[in-house]
Ligand binder design. Sequence first.
Ligand SMILES: Nc1nc2c(c(=O)[nH]1)N[C@H]1C(S)=C(S)[C@@H](COP(=O)(O)O)O[C@H]1N2
Ligand SMILES: [Mo]
Length: 251
Amino acid sequence: MSKVSRRAFVTGGIAAAGLAGLAAAGVLAKRHGLVPPDNGGIWGPGTTLTYAAQRLITTRSMAREFPRSMISPKPFANSVDPLGDDFKHHQDSGFADWHVTVDGMVAQPASLSLADLKKFPPSSQITEVVCEEGWSYVAEWIGTPLHEVLKACGASPQARYVFYFSVQKDWWESIDMADALHPQTLLTYGMNDGELPVGFGGPLRLRVPRQLGYKSVKYVTRLTVTDSVKSFGKGLGSAEPEFGYSWYAGI
Ligand SMILES: Nc1nc2c(c(=O)[nH]1)N[C@H]1C(S)=C(S)[C@@H](COP(=O)(O)O)O[C@H]1N2
Ligand SMILES: [Mo]
């Protein structure tokens, strides 16, 4: 079956099964690797249908990009918990020793400074941060596409997820390879006309513009490439589903 007709077949099948019963749709989605890690969470089969439909139909779609004239003059930096003494030391030294480690299913694990990241071809995008609470803003984001780093480290073709961790221990997330390799997923070190300010996640934030704001974790220090979500927290893919939010937060 061609890729397109397979898509049509699976999508149609899931929709039809959806009418016949969500459980049947779940079986079909599982067979085609379209079940999100938190499918057993409070949203149950509904979250599977959302993720499966998105992955079949919009895997290659781009987040909306805006003209420069639409950059928000006063972007809103959501408040964060105190960042601690270690972070203050980094801040005092201009983040010269800030590193992001890359481990897991990679041929060459790495520890990259901001200077190392800046050696990759930079990419910029004017996209929107959308919070689940209902506010948003538009900014320009400058950084290294995550796929460049994954390629340089030799991420395994068997990998299914990239986990990312913040100096804030409560903030850890993961995305599937469709988003990890997506051209707009950016290890961001610049915003508008300068360095990424601390309030907005500086020195390093993973921008995932195809998903809600909470997937764009600030103060990123570690990336782990893996084929299983099991050993992370409660095995739901990220911290958010443990509080009732969806792992997949596509917009
Ligand atoms: N490390 C960390 N990352 C974070 C958060 C946080 O509190 N800490 N808040 C998240 C939420 S809920 C949203 S909506 C966005 C807010 O981004 P902003 O502060 O640039 O507006 O950051 C996300 N990333
Ligand atoms: Mo948010």
